[in-house]
Design a protein around this ligand. Structure first.
Ligand SMILES: Nc1ncnc2c1ncn2[C@@H]1O[C@H](COP(=O)(O)OP(=O)(O)OP(=O)(O)O)[C@@H](O)[C@H]1O
Ligand SMILES: [Mg+2]
Ligand SMILES: [Zn+2]
Length: 505
């Protein structure tokens, strides 16, 4: 008898429906066959599922049994299908009948004892079930992440017996209680504050402008000047995630399996700081079962590339397209998997190999060629993707010894939040200024006659690249938004031009 159980597969950060068709009682050899482009982990599930059935008091079919995972053009990976296959086998071999099985989407891995083990993607599956108007049956341990999705009935089970009793109506289960986002956010957890940073007004201002408009930021300065310190304090001046942003970011963590055991649910904007030895796949995503990379785990937050010049050049170059598009596309045979990566990228580097170029006292002993080679590790097109370049100077001793309190993260955040709300209302899809489309730049970044002349002069005298033009306008828009000023005034433009120091030929 044929039995069909609905399940789903992960494709990037979304789920696609998979029908698990089980036909037991076929004539022929005693065989268990899984078809429909399964990977080796699914082919190996045979022994797991049969042990789980026997240890839960069910019989294994004494006939030929075929399992088809449809549609067959999607490659099926992982152990999500153990539970739906077991349920299908039980019904198909006539051991139980499940009325209303079609109302459920089912996913879960089985242990040999019949225990249902956690899977990655619980939250993504919950969003999928909601979109398809289905109920969801998941492992108990995946419930924590799935419960963030409202408006869908999610049932969590601990073992195969519980699942069978529930689906056959022998046992009642209450759907999971929705986990409130607002309640979970609570207090900000940052233990670091901008008040810790003495002096460094230029860097502080550049960080504020960058965060306010979602601009990528490159900081260049000597060792110990506070670049890493500043970068690590950025999440503390960003506005809270909205619920939609939270779900987007969490879907990525869910697909990466980072939410398992309820850990890591990230109510604040993510801050990812990969080491410079990271591989391309680690940064961008990939692997035989494609998982998101650091750039996607930083979605709606910050990707901090400390010691930027130490990263492999090919790794840095591979960032160019995702930075432009806001998504990473991984090709796997016939299909393309997308991971969003709309994050603010912050880079920090020294001005030369020894780190002291430009400091008073001529401490730098690097040759011109050394400096050129060092700078060349960051290509022009990559530098161009940083809207704001800032040269950070060593902290003067008077600033270090100054006893006056420095501005706190909370105060800076208030200004950033105001600028954010202006952009959310004005820009298409509530995007930040850094992500404005060309048409929006023409509409919202108009210059008066004096500012146009100023821009023209800057382009000619500072030899700014034509590519820098739009970036300057976007940053000037953010500076104006921080002052709640509708027009871009020459002061705003001048500040934005200053931030293109690495473009100067
Ligand atoms: N402006 C500052 N105010 C207070 N302390 C500072 C400041 N700048 C640096 N420090 C101190 O110096 C330490 C090193 O700073 P940080 O790691 O941010 O430097 P960096 O610019 O990233 O250097 P590197 O180029 O070597 O990575 C900090 O942990 C802090 O103790
Ligand atoms: Mg540093
Ligand atoms: Zn040097």
């Amino acid at each position: 008898m044929l039995s069909i159980v609905q399940s789903c597969a992960l494709s990037g950060v979304t789920a696609v429906p998979i029908a698990v068709e089980v036909n037991a009682g076929e004539r022929g050899d005693l065989k268990f066959i899984i078809v429909g482009l399964p990977d080796t982990s699914i082919k190996e599930s045979y022994d797991r599922i049969f042990s789980a059935l026997l240890n839960s008091g069910f019989a294994v079919p004494r006939t030929r049994t075929t399992v088809n995972l449809a549609p067959s053009y999607i490659k099926k990976e992982g152990s999500f299908y153990d539970l739906p296959i077991a349920i299908g086998v039980i019904q198909s071999s006539g051991q139980c009948h499940f009325d209303g099985l079609g109302d459920f989407i089912i996913a879960g891995e089985l242990g040999l004892s019949g225990k249902i083990r956690e899977i990655r993607g619980g939250l993504t599956f919950a969003i999928h079930a909601k979109n398809y108007g289905k109920k969801l049956l998941l492992p108990l341990e995946s419930a924590n992440e799935a419960a963030f999705v409202d408006g869908v009935q999610i049932f969590a089970v601990n073992n195969l017996n519980e699942a069978v009793k529930f689906l056959s109506g022998e046992m009642e289960l209450q759907p999971l209680k929705h986990r409130s986002f607002d309640g979970a956010v609570g207090e900000r957890k940052h233990h670091t504050d901008f008040a810790d940073i003495r002096g460094q007004f230029v860097m502080r201002r550049a960080i504020e402008v960058a965060v306010a408009g979602g601009h990528n930021l490159l900081m260049i300065g000597p060792p110990g000047s506070g670049k890493s310190m500043g970068a690590r304090r950025i999440p503390g001046i960003m506005p809270m995630l909205t619920f939609d942003e939270f779900l987007e970011t969490m879907s990525i963590y869910s697909a990466a399996g980072l939410l398992m055991s309820g850990e890591n649910a990230c109510f604040e904007r993510p801050f990812r700081s990969p080491h410079h030895t990271i591989s391309n796949a680690g940064l961008l995503g990939g692997g035989s079962i494609p998982t998101p990379g650091e750039i996607s785990l930083a979605h709606n937050g910050v990707l901090f590339l400390d010691e930027l010049a130490e990263f492999r050049k090919v790794t840095l170059e591979s960032l160019r397209q995702p930075l432009e598009d806001g998504e990473v596309i991984i090709s796997r045979s016939a299909r393309k998997i997308k991971f969003p990566c709309n994050s603010m990228v912050v880079g920090a580097m020294n001005p030369c190999p020894c780190g002291h170029l430009g400091e008073p006292g001529n401490r730098c002993k690097c040759s011109r060629l050394d400096v050129q080679k060092y700078r060349a590790r960051i290509s022009g097109p990559l530098v161009d993707r940083f809207d704001i370049h800032v040269h950070v100077q060593a902290v003067p001793v008077v600033d270090i010894q100054c006893k006056l309190p420095c501005e706190s993260s909370a105060t800076i955040r208030e200004r950033v939040e105001k600028a954010f709300s202006i952009q959310r209302k004005r820009n298409a899809n509530g995007a930040c200024n850094a992500r404005m489309q060309h048409s929006e730049i023409s509409k919202f970044c108009g210059l008066d006659v004096a500012s146009s002349a100023l821009m023209e002069q800057a382009m000619r005298q500072l030899f700014l690249s034509a590519r820098a033009y739009d970036r300057i306008l976007k940053v000037a828009r953010t500076v104006a938004d921080l002052e709640d000023e509708e027009r871009i005034l020459s002061g705003h433009l001048l500040e934005a031009i200053q931030y293109r120091s690495l473009d100067r030929k």
